[in-house]
Design a protein around this ligand. Structure first.
Ligand code: AMP
Ligand code: ZN
Length: 111
């Protein structure tokens, strides 16, 4: 298995786990862009949001992002981002939601 996030889900690669539900895992981003930067991934491999075809899983992913925000006390605000495919800037080809917060986030819609 070469997908790094599949390896994390399987426990074959290290990660600091934050939250887990039946079909979803959340863990710390290895290069945090903010005081809180957690990735939320489906446990089964899905390439990107473009390939997501399961409404139940979609809901579980978004709920997990909200749960991470609550666990990390982000009541002041946070952002949930998913980069999809090449032009979206996706580097790891396993669907993931970034949950970022813990500081005032600038306006961003990257160029
Ligand atoms: P993206 O550009 O949206 O595909 O983001 C990929 C994210 O995965 C980046 O923020 C990386 O820092 C993060 N990342 C890559 N490898 C790991 C890893 N082994 N553990 C945790 N985060 C990772
Ligand atoms: Zn994967």
């Amino acid at each position: 298995m070469e997908c790094i996030f599949c390896r994390i889900v399987a426990g074959e690669a290290p990660a600091r786990r934050v939250f887990e539900s039946e079909h979803v895992l959340a863990f710390e981003d290895i290069h945090p862009q903010a005081p809180v930067h957690v990735l939320v991934v489906p446990k089964r491999h899905v390439d990107s949001l473009f390939e997501l075809d399961d409404k139940t899983l979609a809901g579980e992913l978004l709920f997990a992002a909200a749960e991470v925000a609550r666990l990390r006390s982000l009541a002041r605000g946070f952002r949930v981002i998913t980069n999809a495919r090449r032009d979206g800037g996706q580097e790891v080809e396993h669907l993931h939601l970034h949950v970022v917060g813990g500081r005032r986030l600038g306006r961003m819609l990257g160029s």
